[in-house]
Ligand binder design. Structure first.
Ligand code: PEP
Ligand code: MN
Length: 337
């Protein structure tokens, strides 16, 4: 339920919160430009008891939240969520390009890539230290050493970095290093992991599962938000279809649709979304036009030697070209890097 406050006084808000919590609901206060609203989240069955709060003088009205993703939805919070880390910003009037290798392979590789993507205009570095691989015999990542190397590259280039965390047990270590925690497509419905990153103070980049609907992605975001972490970034990275020419089918309609349904920033990953490097630039441009808040792009200094995802990785030269080609489109969309 949404409790729309008639009063903006802190003591009145505190009083309504205490009444909501006494009824066994969690409260989330949203201070808007026009008015303050309080979301009471909990067991749907006791809704009528919350309705009685309407009789309080400082409450304007009590209305049901219609969408099941109460905290992620726009109903309760129409203004976009903007996430800031150092000089980087995700959401709002800025467009954020996240770039780097699929996996961190060596100090030279991550430093060279970080310098190249930073020089071309990327704001956030990416790189996997813990890799979710289909085969247990494939390269699994440099793990803690990978985190250390990412931190070094990120400091040297003065850009925050995002890296994947695969289990709840890894969260304390990964959050010590990373600026943004990535939850991968394969873990989108790992509810234990979602709860664990929900307790973190670091922003979370949540990738859409390859067999998940947009509604399910939003419910997974809801897990993180309901644990108290408001800094969630959604990532469309392609879904499985009957098509075999591409690794996945990039569902670009997810970008404008998510922007309509949620206040959370939305980034598109055309690297995993297509699996083919030559499709990355056109789909990156299409993502800008579709209204995304950013891109996630895999870049490797020598894609043919990459330990993972070489076929979809751009060279630094092609990445520079991507940045040049999106610039005029960003201007048209009224966004800046
Ligand atoms: C990745 O970003 O390297 C990755 C493994 O992505 P996804 O979870 O989308 O497959
Ligand atoms: Mn990858």
């Amino acid at each position: 339920m949404i409790i729309v406050m008639a009063s903006r006084k802190q003591e009145d808000i505190d009083y309504v919160v205490s009444r909501i919590e006494a009824l066994g609901y969690k409260s989330h206060i949203i201070v808007g430009v026009e008015r303050t609203v309080i979301a009471a989240v909990g067991d749907e069955r006791g809704k009528f008891r919350l309705q009685s709060l309407e009789s309080l003088p400082h409450v304007e009205k009590v209305v049901p939240i219609l969408k099941p993703y109460k905290l992620a939805g726009r109903e309760l919070r129409p203004e976009p969520t903007v996430i800031r880390m150092g000089s980087a910003q995700i959401g709002g009037d800025r467009f954020c390009v996240i770039a780097g290798p699929c996996s961190v392979e060596s100090e030279e590789q991550i430093l060279e890539t970080a310098q190249a993507v930073s020089a071309a205009g990327a704001a956030v570095l990416r790189g996997g230290a813990y890799k979710p691989r289909t085969s247990p015999y494939a390269f699994q990542g440099l793990e803690k050493e990978g985190l250390r190397l990412l931190e070094k590259a990120s400091r040297r280039c003065d850009m925050p970095f995002v890296t994947e965390v695969m289990t709840p047990e890894q969260v304390p270590l990964v959050e010590e290093y990373a600026d943004i925690l990535q939850v991968g497509a394969r873990n989108m419905q790992n509810f234990g992991l979602l709860k664990a990153v929900g307790k973190s103070r670091k922003p979370v980049l949540l990738k859409r599962g390859m067999m998940s609907t947009i509604g399910e992605l939003l419910m997974s975001a809801e897990y993180i938000l309901s644990e108290g972490n408001a800094q969630v970034i959604l990532c469309e990275r392609g879904i499985r279809t009957f098509e075999t020419e591409t690794r996945n089918t990039l569902d670009l309609s997810a970008a404008p649709l998510l922007k309509k349904l949620t206040h959370l920033p939305v980034v598109v990953d055309p690297s995993h979304g297509t699996g083919r490097w030559e499709l990355v630039i056109p789909m990156a441009k299409a993502s800008v036009v579709a209204g995304a808040d950013g891109l996630m792009i895999e870049v490797h200094p020598r894609p043919s030697e990459a330990f993972s995802d070489g076929a979809q990785s751009l060279t630094p030269q092609h990445f520079k070209q991507l940045m040049e080609e999106i610039r005029p489109l960003l201007e048209l969309s009224g966004k800046r890097l």
